[in-house]
Design a protein around this ligand. Structure first.
Ligand SMILES: *[C@@H]1O[C@H](CO)[C@@H](O)[C@H](O)[C@H]1NC(C)=O
Ligand SMILES: *[C@@H]1O[C@H](CO)[C@@H](O)[C@H](O)[C@H]1NC(C)=O
Length: 241
């Protein structure tokens, strides 16, 4: 009994110092944004975004629903829906160049994450991961992934997860991604080739690198960064990074 307890606490101590999972994905300057999009961000108020929002190469016309107030410098705008600043490719220098670098970093991060090989879990549950507990590691689905009941992402604060999804990622209304064991959203990457859709009142955790659109339906909350190579749409949603 004592030796079992010793073994358990020894392993617990060990797992606290040895990170499990794939090497971190470097977001570069894309990591400075809560939401970054190449073709536009639309919201339905009230939405609450904590962090910066950027769109490029599309102009500020790609920021819809925000009631923007352009700063006197012309370099950014503000909105009652955003605790932070909004940037667009049409704003005054240096904003366009800064955004071009950020978008390049976002695409590089996507390509890095999607290119990782030797997955620990391939096509787990055929993509229907309802109710599963997801240990640290590299996951690959050659299909879409659906979440029809709460999933738990369990591991320590230095552990990492990369979820490669070749199809769409869909979380049903009112269902949640739950963190356990000290797992951090910043160490979780969803790299998704198809559309990402979060149903009404659902909850997301982790960085989303989307090749296409990311849509958060009414009342969704996300402890996330939403980094999309096309558009991001929020319907009365809350995004915190
Ligand atoms: C995941 O796969 C990598 C590469 O094969 C391996 O080094 C690592 O130990 C695996 N991790 C887990 C948690 O199984
Ligand atoms: C998953 O694994 C397959 C087979 O190894 C690979 O072709 C694909 O690029 C990987 N990534 C994704 C996102 O499917």
């Amino acid at each position: 009994m004592i030796s079992n307890l010793f073994t358990i606490s020894f392993l617990a101590a060990l797992s606290g110092v040895v990170a499990v999972g794939p090497a971190a994905v470097n977001l570069g300057t894309a990591g400075n944004y809560a939401i970054l999009s190449e073709s536009g961000v639309s919201i339905v108020p009230p939405s609450v975004i904590t962090g910066s929002v950027g769109v490029s190469p599309i102009a500020a016309t790609g920021l819809t629903g925000f009631s923007l107030t352009l700063d006197p410098t012309g370099q950014f705008s503000t909105s009652g829906q955003v605790v932070g600043e909004l940037f667009a490719a049409s704003y005054t220098v240096p904003t366009p160049a800064t955004l071009t670098v950020a978008i390049g970093d976002m695409v590089a991060a996507y390509n890095d994450a999607v290119g990782r090989v030797n997955a620990n879990f391939s096509n787990l549950a055929s993509g229907a991961i309802d109710g599963l507990i997801l240990a640290p590691g590299l996951y690959n689905w050659t299909t879409g992934v659906s979440i029809g009941s709460d999933v738990t992402i369990a591991g320590g604060p230095t552990d990492t997860w990369i979820f490669q999804v070749s199809g769409t990622l869909t979380i049903a209304g009112a269902k949640k991604m739950v963190l356990a064991g000290g797992a951090l959203a910043s160490n979780i990457v969803w790299v998704v080739a198809g559309a990402v859709t979060a149903g009404p009142g659902s909850h997301l955790e982790g960085v989303i690198l989307g090749k296409t659109s990311i849509t958060l339906e009414t009342g969704t909350t996300a402890n996330s960064r939403l980094l999309s190579q096309t558009a991001v749409a929020l319907q009365k949603a809350t995004v915190t990074n």
